[in-house]
Design a protein around this ligand. Structure first.
Ligand SMILES: Nc1ncnc2c1ncn2[C@@H]1O[C@H](COP(=O)(O)OP(=O)(O)OP(=O)(O)O)[C@@H](O)[C@H]1O
Length: 354
């Protein structure tokens, strides 16, 4: 979504209109509410519960969150706690609902069902809330007729926490001509400009929808390094979607996998990796595994079975050769369609891990 040719939403809001509003949300904290969005299912701005079950501050909390477009759920039954101070990777196949979740998180969309709270507040509920959250949408919207320098002036004028030194340093380092109009920049340069606006706003949560998709490999690496510096220096939480698992592996410490509008797994990456095992051994029916071993994927030859199993406990069975899946293995396994026969009865196939 959010490309010039993207479909309009139910009330005819064009991607361009939304893009401008997004830029304003990112750069100014005073967005034009896009017309015709669904009526809010949730209008209470208060939130008293801002820690998760482990006592950690929560950057984003969703409860039963859903968004429907003309009878079709783009996101559904989303229960999620994203801890603050993390760099969170959001992955999933095309059309899984990633942009929808991110747009709900920044108040560009309103929920059809359930609720979402970001840093304790309802997304888009006022200037204070908007100032806390930076957003760079998938099409990295900018104003084509404004120059790079004018974008920075706009950001400075409209954001109370604007960090002009950061903005100027980035523009200079990236070699962006301050006099160049955004409309004359390449796609990657426009992305860098939009990212600069998001970072220089000094938000507490930076929401990035495929931020590096249009960057060349070197620019991508430098952007991710910048991001890590910003996270380390300012108490910044980041929620970013990407299809590039290797990038996520480099910078993220928390993962959310979204498939077909549902959260399939979420948790700290270290813990996810520690609790998943690749088991190879003589062919075996996955249903015969111990009850505490959840089979995520299973493949078989005539003689051999290979399983990806999740368990909090050790795997003792000497018949298995145990291997450590990579983050990419894990993401791909969860992105596959669920095979009901591999999920032991009575246990959820997927759930959140912390
Ligand atoms: N404005 C809209 N009107 C109607 N349907 C929409 C709209 N925006 C998104 N959708 C639908 O909602 C679903 C989720 O879309 P979304 O853009 O959130 O997915 P995504 O995971 O970000 O995909 P991608 O990786 O391709 O960017 C898709 O089926 C999409 O077609």
């Amino acid at each position: 979504m959010n490309t010039p040719n993207a479909p309009t939403d139910g009330a005819g809001t064009t991607a361009r209109t939304r893009g401008r509003a997004i830029l304003r949300a990112a750069a100014t904290g005073t967005p034009d509410p896009p017309p015709g969005l669904d009526a809010a299912a949730d209008t209470d701005d208060t939130d008293t519960d801002t820690v998760d079950a482990d006592g950690r501050d929560v950057a984003l909390r969703a409860r039963g969150l859903g968004k429907r477009y003309r009878g079709r759920w783009a996101l559904s039954q989303c229960d999620l706690d994203i801890p603050a101070g993390r760099v969170v990777g959001l992955v999933g196949p095309n059309g899984a609902g990633k942009s929808t979740l991110l747009n709900l998180a920044v108040g560009m969309l309103t929920p059809t069902a359930g609720s979402v709270r970001v840093l304790g507040g309802r997304p888009g509920s006022g200037a204070a809330q908007l100032a806390k959250v930076g957003f760079v949408a998938q099409d990295t919207p900018t104003y084509p007729r404004l120059s790079v320098a004018e974008h920075l002036r706009l950001g400075a004028a409209l954001n109370p926490g604007w960090d002009d030194a950061v903005a100027r340093e980035r523009v200079e380092r990236l070699g962006l001509d301050p006099a160049a109009r955004a409309g004359t920049l390449s796609g990657g340069q426009r992305a860098q400009l939009a990212l600069t606006l998001g970072v220089a706003k000094r938000p507490r949560l930076l929401v990035l929808d495929e931020p590096v998709a249009s960057l060349d490999p070197l620019a991508r690496r430098e952007f991710l390094a910048d991001l890590m510096t910003a996270v380390a220096e300012h108490e910044l939480s980041v929620l970013m979607s990407s299809h590039l698992v290797s990038d996520l592996e480099r910078v993220c410490d928390h993962l959310v996998v979204l498939v077909a509008s549902r959260v399939r797994v979420a948790g700290d990456i270290d813990r996810l990796l520690a609790t998943h095992h690749r088991l190879t051994g003589p062919r075996r029916d996955p249903a015969t595994l111990p009850a505490d071993q959840q089979v995520i994927t299973a493949s078989h030859t005539d003689r051999q079975s290979t399983l990806l199993v999740r368990t909090d406990g050790p795997v003792h069975d000497p018949a298995w050769t145990r291997g450590q899946p990579s983050l990419e293995d894990l993401v791909l396994a969860y992105m596959r369609p669920t095979a009901p026969e591999t999920a032991p009865a009575g246990r959820p196939t997927l759930e959140a891990l912390r």
